[in-house]
Design a protein around this ligand. Structure first.
Ligand SMILES: [Zn+2]
Length: 292
């Protein structure tokens, strides 16, 4: 009789334990799906400015700006950090109609600037020089470019840094200058002239070059696609955290024509995932439910 009731207690305790474990799993599951869903909700609820207003062009021909500043390189942040740092609200710059994108320590690797999204003038990246070339990248990116450069060189490939960081100020001056030229030459309003200028020079704060997160490698000619340097990059760049930012066939999504020379740093983990997905950055973020 005693044995019987002992067994009863054991069964009851086991049942309680099983319920507790099940409950915890359920909670974890819910938490995870909330993390995945939350960004998507905020992304889809915001209204996007029409794509037709953005027509940035491939032929950005602003020369690089040199700024000397050093900072230690840091490890790429883990994916979970980025997902958890979702910006819930979007603020629009009334002067340009573009979303203001804050660049933070959490989101910098996947940050998207484009014809509809600009970062504030107050943001200034810490820069590091690429070897002694007079070209600069974000200090968190520069060592990865150098590593990639060195690896390519061992394969007989020279990934010449052609155009790297360009300052916001310089981009602004060039853009304003072209806008004023169009106003004078074509008798356009400032607004119309600015739109026309945006098809030639990206407005300040909308270029990844202003963030120091990308490099135009070797040149900016369409024929780069036929060069062995391009082939090497398509096969190897992801290993160093770089992706082809403006792929062929994704022009409607990125707002930028195919740029085989423009390689963007997103970190090694993301680069592999994005490359494997066959998606461009924006599509990948949408697919992952990561707000940007
Ligand atoms: Zn570029």
């Amino acid at each position: 009789m005693k044995k019987h009731s002992d067994l009863k207690y054991v069964i009851i305790i086991l049942l309680i334990l099983a319920l507790a474990v099940f409950g915890t799993l359920e909670l974890v599951n819910r938490k995870q799906s909330t993390l995945q869903e939350a960004p998507q909700t905020s992304a889809s609820s915001a209204s996007e400015p029409s794509a037709s207003s953005q027509a940035p062009s491939a032929s950005v021909s602003v020369s690089d700006t040199q700024t000397t500043e050093t900072a230690s390189a840091s490890e790429p942040s883990a994916p979970s950090q980025v997902i958890s740092s979702v910006a819930a609200e979007r603020v629009t710059n009334p002067d340009t109609g573009r979303y203001i994108v804050e660049v933070t320590d959490d989101n910098w690797q996947l940050v998207v600037v484009s014809g509809t999204r600009e970062f504030p003038e107050s943001y200034e990246p810490n820069l590091d020089e690429i070897f002694d070339t007079g070209k600069y990248l974000d200090a968190r990116v520069a060592p990865h470019y150098e590593e990639m450069y060195t690896a390519a060189k061992q394969d007989g490939i020279i990934l010449t840094p052609y155009s790297a960081y360009r300052s916001y100020e310089r981009q602004k001056n060039n853009y304003n200058h072209l806008t004023e030229t169009y106003m004078a030459d074509y008798h356009l309003s400032r607004e119309d002239a600015a739109k026309k200028a945006a098809t030639v020079i990206l407005p300040p704060g909308t270029s990844e070059h202003n963030l120091g997160l990308c490099m135009d490698i070797c040149n900016v000619y369409d024929s780069f696609v036929n060069q062995k340097e391009y082939t090497w990059l398509t096969e190897n760049a992801y290993k160093y955290g770089f992706i082809l930012r403006y792929p062929k066939g994704k022009e409607d999504v990125t707002g930028i024509v195919f740029e085989p020379w423009h390689w963007r740093y997103v970190g090694v983990e993301w680069a592999k995932q994005i490359r494997d997905s066959g998606l461009c950055l924006e599509e990948f973020l949408d697919q992952q439910g990561i707000a940007y």
